[in-house]
Each structure stands twice: as structure tokens, then as C-alpha cells.
Write a new protein. Structure first.
Length: 95
């Protein structure tokens, strides 16, 4: 599911596996932060995969979402213009 850079907050209910990608394009601003809230549907167990335009660091090397039905997790990304990547800067689970 591609997310455009026009907004700073996204709410997504997962109904199946999802590959998260961002379209940097000319609208992406260096330092721009995009927050995402992912909610499992009534079944749960949905998987999130990070696309190639996203990179992770040593503090948060992977993302494994909560799997229980209706649980929510939050992720935040910051755009790095020099590398044309969205860096995962925050990950909080289990709401």
C-alpha cells in the first residue's frame, strides 16, 4: 500500500498482509515526519512488511506488529532527503 507524502498521520486497518511503501517524489520534505497507526481487524494476525524506501536502524531493526484482533501499533518515519529514504524512528505496540 503506497502512502503519499501529502499527510503526516495515517490510520490503517489491516485486513490482510501489507507492504508499506512511501512515494518520496517532489512533495517529500527533508525531516518530514509521517506517523502511522496500524489496527488489526477482527481476525488479527495480519503482517506488515516494510518496503525498500524505508530503512531501519540498530535500535529498531525489525517490526513485528501486535497480532491480537483489534490491537493497534504506532510507527513514525522521518524523511532523509540526502538518501531519499524514510527512516523508522519510533515503534510502539499493543494498544
Amino acid at each position: 500500500m503506497p502512502l503519499t507524502t501529502g499527510g503526516v498521520a495515517w490510520r490503517v486497518t489491516l485486513t490482510g498482509p501489507l507492504t508499506l511503501t512511501f512515494s518520496a517524489g517532489s512533495a517529500a520534505q527533508d525531516g518530514q515526519v509521517v506517523r502511522c497507526r496500524f489496527r488489526q481487524d477482527g481476525t488479527g494476525g495480519r503482517v506488515l512488511t516494510l518496503g525498500t524506501g524505508i530503512r531501519v536502524g540498530t535500535d529498531i531493526p525489525t517490526v513485528t506488529l501486535s497480532t491480537a484482533a483489534s490491537k493497534m501499533d504506532y510507527l513514525a518515519f522521518q524523511y532523509c532527503h540526502a538518501d531519499a529514504k524514510y527512516d523508522l524512528i519510533s515503534y510502539v505496540r499493543g494498544f
